[in-house]
Design a protein around this ligand. Structure first.
Ligand SMILES: Nc1ncnc2c1ncn2[C@@H]1O[C@H](COP(=O)(O)OP(=O)(O)OP(=O)(O)O)[C@@H](O)[C@H]1O
Ligand SMILES: [Mg+2]
Length: 465
């Protein structure tokens, strides 16, 4: 009873050196709506593999010539989405276990139990489809250059971009965390672009920028007369983002009352305009970002726990630049190219001194600070290479410290660093003495030292920075 006209349920390649076994299996699978091809040994199977790209290879283990295991090993490389199910004689399960260890998706024992066989094949086909979708998605992402403008060669960024590619296709809410300037907005943009929503808008709202009442009406819209000044009905960002993505930046700043409404949207996908009672439904994916420790705000009762979980279905943590120093030269080269082109300058690199400065600087302002430093250097530089003198004052002094920061000219951050390091020097390196002199906690000094990349610094709690 093959369902006529239905697309095949999957492509199966049967490999067995016994002709009768092959034919019987092919018939069973064909009756179930699969396309079934056969091969009499490993070598022949390998030949058919690339041409067929089957979802599942159902293979005997012991065959003359190329055996099942060898076929699997070679086959994996040629067809990464193909699942291998091995057939083994009852009583030699050991072989099957070995095969699974080496990458087989599953095994069935001979004599075959048709029910079991069909269940195993159906699952393997399903798995193959998933792998295929995933592979094609990544290929599409590569084709569409979604990540082209994101530098991420180091292992931590590569892992992060992998995660981004994985979560992009779904509607799952993503919470992006990281210090200021680490690239949260950039990542939010990439998630949207890599998603099936990329043709619809990505609407951004900075939750810290609006007063309480305004934020709510900005998000959800309002009816005419909802409040003083509401002279006409207005749609909110949710409606603007319909079919697309809403990026809530600085999400920690959402006031409690608005948190409730946002939670309701995430639970029911519906809301009402401010001052209205018509229930609106939109299809919007939420991305949120914060540079604060949202978990700690939950613990402190400042942020709703239920909302936290709804926003944080997937969490993407962008590490600070000082924790991925190998990215610094790559990012520097990337920005150099960008700004040299933009400014029409032929600068082709950094001299050793400048590079050393870049590599030693702790980059408290993360990628943004680096980008600004390079842009400034490009503007100042009239030589073929950027030197140390082109880098901003903040970047030039090294943790060991030479010289006094210029006033005016130095940033408060430089002055603070100078004060801390100088005091520490005067206290013969004792962080507790220096802390007492400066009137701050020892942990804060240690945290700062860690930030400067200086020796003796231990990471301190964030709330003390
Ligand atoms: N991996 C990266 N590759 C290329 N450019 C980057 C990367 N990370 C950040 N940038 C650039 O650094 C700048 C700051 O990034 P972004 O605005 O996304 O940071 P942010 O985390 O949102 O900061 P804030 O918390 O201050 O809002 C942007 O110009 C962005 O394009
Ligand atoms: Mg931002």
């Amino acid at each position: 009873m093959p369902p006529p006209k239905m697309p095949p349920r999957g492509r199966i390649l049967i490999v067995d050196d016994e002709a009768n076994a092959r034919a019987a299996l092919a018939e069973i699978l064909h009756d179930e709506g699969y396309t079934a091809e056969t091969a009499a040994d490993g070598f022949k199977a390998l030949g058919k593999l690339t041409e067929l790209d089957p979802d599942v290879v159902l293979t005997d283990l012991k065959m003359p010539g190329l055996d099942g295991l060898a076929l699997m090993e070679k086959g994996h490389a040629a067809c990464p989405a193909t699942m291998f199910v091995v057939m083994t004689a009852f009583g030699s399960i050991g072989n099957a276990v070995e095969a699974v260890k080496r990458g087989a998706e599953n095994y069935v024992t001979k004599p075959l139990d048709t029910e079991v066989l069909l269940a195993v094949v159906a699952r393997a086909v399903e798995k193959s489809r998933l792998v295929r979708e995933n592979l094609s998605l990544r290929a599409r992402l590569r084709d569409r250059n979604v990540f082209d403008h994101i530098v991420g060669d180091g292992p931590r960024m590569r892992e992060l971009l992998e995660l981004v590619a994985q979560v992009a296709p779904s509607r799952a809410s993503v919470l992006i965390t990281g210090e200021s300037g680490t690239g949260k907005e950039l990542i939010a943009g990439a998630i949207h672009k890599a998603s099936p929503r990329s043709r619809a808008p990505l609407v951004r709202l900075n939750c810290a920028a609006l007063a309480e009442g305004l934020l709510e009406s900005e998000l959800f819209g309002h009816e005419r007369g909802a409040f003083t000044g509401a002279i006409a009905r207005r749609d909110g960002r949710f409606q603007q983002a319909h079919g697309g993505t809403l990026f809530l930046d600085e999400v920690s700043e959402i006031p409690q009352a608005t948190q409730v409404k946002l939670l309701r949207f995430l639970q029911e996908r519906s809301f009402e305009r401010v001052g209205g009672n018509e229930t609106m439904r939109v299809d919007v994916r939420i991305l949120a970002a914060t540079n604060r420790d949202l978990r700690a705000l939950v613990d402190a009762g400042r942020f709703r726990e239920d909302l936290f979980y709804r926003l944080n279905v997937v969490s993407v943590e962008i590490p600070p630049l000082r924790d991925r120093r190998t990215d610094v030269p790559t990012l520097a080269a990337f920005f150099l190219k960008r700004y040299a082109e933009e400014n029409g300058k032929a600068i082709d690199g950094f001299d050793e001194d400048a590079l050393e400065q870049l590599e030693n600087h702790p980059w408290p302002g993360n990628v943004r600070e680096l980008e600004n430093a390079i842009e400034r250097a490009v503007v100042l530089c009239d030589e073929p290479r950027i030197g140390r003198s082109h880098l901003p004052v903040g970047v030039a002094p090294r943790p060991g410290f030479e010289g006094t920061p210029e006033v005016p000219g130095a940033s408060l951050r430089d002055l603070e660093r100078w004060a801390i390091l100088k005091t520490l020097e005067g206290c013969a390196g004792s962080t507790s003495k220096a802390a007492a002199v400066l009137g701050i906690s020892t942990r804060k000094i240690q945290y700062k030292l860690h930030e400067y990349g200086a020796p003796g610094g231990e990471p301190g709690p964030e709330d003390e920075t």
